[in-house]
Design a binder for this molecule. Structure first.
Ligand SMILES: [Zn+2]
Length: 294
């Protein structure tokens, strides 16, 4: 019966492309029961994928996950409190159709913007935490994204909290032009003050982390973690090749390549991420939750 099911799917490839609001990763099989892994090309059961922290049970490929899932997998149960939930982006340049597009993406993702920020406990240690969404205009950094991250970092500085930020972005948000680019400086200056206050900042680079995010807060961590096989870079390979006129090494924009060449401190499997973050928070002097805050 299963064989028949897959055979039918093979005969109806259009169904795959027609499907909207796919959870995470590409190659979804209808009904949300199965997905095709774009690592090993096998069809795997969605339930097994979820039990395996949204990694392929066959080859271990790390699928993209949405901010709320990401935070749930990382923090102590029921400890997340969202900050700046009502902060939404506008249309500063009057870009045609942008507001409608934003509205549409808000409805399809259930998110107000491409980043979710707040505070939570990890291993009993209170921390500011943010996670970006690839499904929200490819995690592009608009004004509201920069503002939410800046506010999170500034509040963390005031309340003497570490910051953990799961980065995931296609880069600048084209519809916001220069306002998008300004977010690089804005987030960087907030992180500089957080650093001067002697507080820990750990960006976790997930698939994909590119463009203006790589050129700002993703690379400003005290310790930079990356998820295995994540695509990390600034410009695309074609642009780089045309600019420098050189042949580029294979896999040069992977997390593993970055670790080898010193741009990332540690490539971490998702299964080890929570433990790694707890150790980092503890080593930075994070205290166990005292019951008074959060
Ligand atoms: Zn796989």
């Amino acid at each position: 019966m299963l064989k028949e099911h897959f055979k039918r799917q093979a005969e109806e490839p259009a169904e795959l492309t027609k499907k909207k609001n796919r959870p995470a990763g590409r190659g979804q099989v209808p009904d949300g029961m199965f997905r095709k892994c774009d690592g090993c090309r096998k069809v795997v059961c969605e339930e097994d994928v979820q039990k395996n922290l949204y990694c392929c049970p066959e080859c271990g490929k790390h699928f993209r996950i949405e901010p709320r899932v990401r935070i749930t997998l990382t923090v102590d149960a029921d400890s997340f409190r969202e900050w700046d939930a009502g902060l939404v982006g506008k249309n500063p340049l009057g870009f045609d159709g942008y507001e409608e597009k934003l509205q549409q993406v808000r409805e399809s993702t259930g998110l107000s913007e491409a980043v979710l920020t707040g505070e939570a406990l990890i291993g009993g240690i209170r921390t500011a935490i943010g996670a970006m969404s690839a499904d929200f205009l490819m995690g592009s950094m608009g004004e509201a994204v920069g503002e939410k991250i800046t506010r999170m970092v500034e509040r963390a500085t005031r309340e003497r909290l570490p910051v953990i930020l799961f980065c995931c972005s296609g880069g600048a948000r084209m519809q916001e032009g220069i306002f998008s680019l300004m977010q690089m400086a804005k987030t960087a200056q907030a992180l500089k003050k957080h650093d001067e206050a002697g507080l820990l900042y750990v960006p976790v680079l997930t698939d994909p982390t590119t463009g203006g995010v790589t050129a700002s807060f993703a690379m400003l961590g005290d310790v930079i973690l990356a998820e295995q096989e994540a695509l990390i870079g600034f410009a695309g390979p074609r642009v780089i090749r045309q600019t420098i006129g050189q042949k580029l090494p294979a896999g040069f924009q992977s997390a593993e390549f970055l670790q080898k060449h010193g741009f990332a401190d540690r490539v971490v499997k998702r299964r080890q991420l929570r433990k790694t973050l707890t150790i980092l928070l503890q080593s930075a002097g994070g205290k166990e939750y005292d019951g008074k805050t959060i």
